[in-house]
Design a binder for this molecule. Structure first.
Ligand code: F6P
Length: 358
């Protein structure tokens, strides 16, 4: 009997269910002697031994379903070594559940924080395989994460819809896209949606450059402007601040987010009507796009194959279109940022898109 634990951790995204379905199909394809332990709400389920015994039937018909049938929660890595409210050691509790259930391995679907904890569990002797989930596409060691393409499609659809109303009213529109540290969703949705200005955390902006673009477009007979702005977009002055000071400034900012600060600045400087649209969590919701279904199924199948072969301590990844595995020790604690010198940025600039930097 093969006893496989499974959990989804951190912010949800599309194709989590598709990935788990891929794992389970792959496991059962080689053997019927499988027990699946589905832990509820991420690492919390592993800590408090809250799980459901699942069979292949439970994973049937979920390819197109968004969210996660296991539930999820955010359990910050920095608090993992701190006792819970009853004074219990969280890591010890997770190890205890794993050993008590006599698990052969645990499959963990998650993003950056999740991978740090997964690596910690590996260091503590558990057999772990992870799958790369996040709309942000910011996991180091893989070219792609599932959820990303679906989020890009949704953010692009938002920009498309804004385009028509922005044109009718000759307005400036700011569409704030998810991504506090990394701007992949904004970059791709911005290009796909035909944004005129794209602001990313990785490329600090100058407000004068932004207003210049808006004024020049107006002078050229294009009275509307679309800005795709990442949640973590940052001005050049703010990028100079020490991290702590910047965090304090953001916490004390009299605006709910960067989009509102930009709205005020642009309105004051250009005399144009500015509106904001924040698609927010719609970017993580609903049905996964076809690309994510395929990708999630592939990584799921690879994970199952690794379980059968006893290959543990890895994240399943995509490199140059092929599904492969990367040691968890290499992945944990690193972020994959948008490279400001990447070809995609250069090509976007060649089409006249401004990144607010020059
Ligand atoms: O990490 C994924 C992500 O969707 C970010 O892009 C976003 O900033 C954040 O999660 C939102 O987190 P929460 O769902 O906890 O509000």
């Amino acid at each position: 009997m093969l006893r496989v634990g499974m959990l989804t951790s951190g912010g949800d995204c599309q194709a989590l269910n598709a990935a788990m379905r891929g794992v389970v199909k792959g496991l059962y394809a080689k053997s019927d002697e499988i027990e699946i332990y589905g832990f509820r709400d991420g690492y919390k389920g592993l800590m408090y031994s809250n799980f459901d015994m699942l069979t292949s039937k439970d994973f049937s018909g979920i390819l197109t379903r968004g969210g996660t049938i296991l539930g999820t929660s955010r359990q910050p890595f920095k608090l993992m070594r701190e006792p819970d409210k009853d004074g219990n050691d969280k890591v010890a509790m997770m190890k205890h559940t794993y050993h008590k259930l006599n698990l052969d391995c645990i499959i963990i679907l998650g993003g950056n924080g999740t991978h740090k904890t997964a690596n910690l569990l590996r260091e503590e002797g558990l057999d772990v395989i992870t799958l790369p989930k996040t709309i942000d596409n910011d996991l180091w060691g893989t070219d792609m994460t599932f959820g990303f393409q679906s989020a890009v499609d949704i953010a692009t659809d938002t920009i498309d819809r804004i385009h028509t109303t922005a044109t009718s009213h000759s307005r400036v529109f700011i569409i704030e896209v998810m991504g506090h540290k990394v701007g992949y969703v904004t970059l791709h949705a911005g290009i796909a949606g035909g944004a005129d200005i794209i602001l990313l955390p990785e490329i600090p902006y100058d407000i004068d450059v932004i207003t210049d673009v808006i004024n020049k477009r107006a002078a050229a007979g294009k009275p509307f402007t679309i800005l795709a702005v990442a949640e973590g977009a940052i001005s050049k002055e703010d990028a100079e601040l020490p991290k702590k000071e910047y965090k304090k400034k953001v916490a004390e900012r009299p605006y709910p987010s960067i989009a509102y600060e930009l709205e005020k600045q642009i309105q004051e400087r250009t005399n144009k009507e500015v509106r904001i649209t924040v698609p927010g969590h719609t970017q993580r919701g609903g049905t996964p796009c076809a690309y994510d279904r395929v990708f999630a199924t592939r990584v799921g199948a690879k994970a199952a194959d690794m379980v059968h072969k006893g290959e543990f301590g890895y994240m399943v990844a995509m490199k140059n279109g092929e599904i492969t595995k990367v040691p968890l020790s290499e992945v944990a604690g690193k972020l994959k940022y948008v490279d400001p010198d990447a070809g995609i940025i250069k090509e976007a600039k060649l089409t006249g898109i401004s990144f607010g930097d020059e």
